[in-house]
Design a protein around this ligand. Structure first.
Ligand code: HSE
Length: 434
């Protein structure tokens, strides 16, 4: 009888919207969790800062001291505090005591993943973190397990719902960034302090985790080139529209070849124009989607809710069941694999494509001066569109692929040409053949 088996004891650190859902579901469906796990799953403690704010949690479970839970008799510690400390120290203590860990903490994993994975390995414990990237979407387990026999070459996705909501709204209404951000805050789609989301920190942590898993290597947040969406204005959205494209904040992780033929990994987060027919273009509002390209599997797309209490609780509980099953059979889940040890390639050396919109004088020779500047930097032009407006003209240039450094220098030089009045917008282009 499953009910007679020794229960799996679960300590929860942090109990916000996700933790509350986790506790509620464990209490609502105990027989199902017991059947799936092979033993009853009991929450034996919940560490919070203000116990009186948690009437939904039985009072006997609440504590303000997470260290006692970590040092107690829990089999699995679920960490939903977020941030680096005290989460890092608490999880290291749990792992060193042989307790398995489930965490949604992307910033911690992106900075200190290798320390935590080593502690798990050395002590025969598991560390699961499906909720750390793209909320409810089963993405990390497919990368870590289902695709472990394949060779992934590229992962490109929308992994931040807040910035995707803002860009989708700007695309739909034509409004500017500041007013759309304000509206998103009013409607509850953006945090009171939206910095981590709109400046790309959240997506960069997720990109580091994705790149590490996809390419069996170690990538930290500091290896990820990061640009947020605050520089995207109504002009950029309009310029994208004119070319039947839309703007998305993308996390892109690629396996790339260095000049000497050795493999490296490039990870970056920045806004980019993608064609409207690209599968990621249709991902709007607060949704997430990740496109994976693997050698044998081909193209795969993962789509769903990337945030929120219930969706994130789904991922946490899936991990909890996996960790608890391993405790029941005295087994261990898959360990982290970083055997490839790929060096991180800098953004300067990453191949990209640019879209550039210029205000120029409409007189003979201007187009050839602009084209000559591209030529000097060995950047090949793919599309040129010019529209006269009296004495001035609007000039749009889309390049073929070149190193990001060459493209940036080209933009700087073009901006200095006397016939160029203004560089109206510059944005990278993704999702199409170069
Ligand atoms: N703040 C994130 C987002 C969700 O806006 O997608 C948590 O990772």
């Amino acid at each position: 009888m499953i009910e007679e088996r020794q229960p799996i004891r679960v300590a929860l650190l942090g109990c916000g919207t996700v933790g509350t859902e986790v506790v509620r579901l464990l209490h609502e469906y105990p027989a199902e969790y017991a059947a799936r796990t092979g033993a009853p799953v009991h929450v034996t403690g919940v560490a919070v800062r203000r116990p009186h704010k948690h009437p939904e949690v039985p009072e006997r479970l609440l504590t303000t001291d997470p260290a006692t839970l970590v040092e107690g008799d829990a089999d699995v510690v679920v960490e939903l505090i977020g941030g680096i400390e005290p989460a890092r120290s608490l999880l290291l203590r749990a792992l060193r005591a042989g307790k398995s860990v489930v965490t949604a903490n992307k910033a911690l994993l992106a900075e200190h993943g290798s320390e935590l994975y080593a502690a798990a390995d050395e002590n025969g414990a598991d560390i699961y973190f499906e909720a750390a990237v793209a909320g409810a979407i089963p993405l990390l387990r497919p990368l870590r397990e289902s695709l472990a026999g394949d060779r992934i070459n590229r992962v490109m996705g929308i992994v931040n719902g807040t910035s995707n909501y803002i860009l989708s709204a700007m695309d739909a209404t034509g409004a500017g960034y500041a007013e759309t951000l304000e509206e998103a805050g009013r409607l509850g789609y953006a945090e009171a302090d939206p910095t981590a989301d709109v400046d790309g920190f959240d997506a960069a942590s997720k990109a580091a985790i994705l790149a590490s898993l996809a390419f069996h290597t170690r990538v930290t947040a500091s290896d990820v080139h990061r640009e947020g969406i605050s520089g995207v204005g109504a002009g950029e959205i309009q310029a994208a529209r004119a070319l039947d494209r839309t703007v998305k904040l993308l996390a892109i992780c690629e396996r790339v070849l260095d000049e000497d033929g050795t493999e490296a990994v490039s990870a970056r987060v920045h806004p980019a124009m993608i064609p409207r027919e690209h599968p990621l273009a249709g991902v709007s509002g607060a949704f997430n989607a990740v496109f994976v390209e693997a050698e044998s599997a081909g193209q795969l797309m993962f789509y769903g809710q990337g945030a929120g209490g219930a969706p994130t609780a789904s991922a946490v509980l899936g991990d909890l069941v996996a960790a608890a099953r391993n405790v029941v059979v005295s087994g261990k889940g898959p360990r982290e694999s970083a055997h490839a040890q790929l060096p991180a390639r800098s953004m300067d050396h990453t191949p990209t494509r640019y879209h550039m919109s210029l205000d120029v004088a409409d007189k003979p020779g201007v187009l050839s001066q602009v084209a000559a500047t591209f030529n000097e930097h060995d950047v090949s032009i793919s599309v040129v569109r010019q529209e006269g407006r009296g004495e001035d003209a609007s000039l749009v240039v889309v390049t073929h692929t070149a190193s990001d450094a060459a493209l940036r220098s080209t933009v700087e030089k073009v901006a200095q040409l006397p016939s160029v009045h203004e560089v109206v917008s510059v944005m990278r282009v993704e999702g199409e053949r170069s």
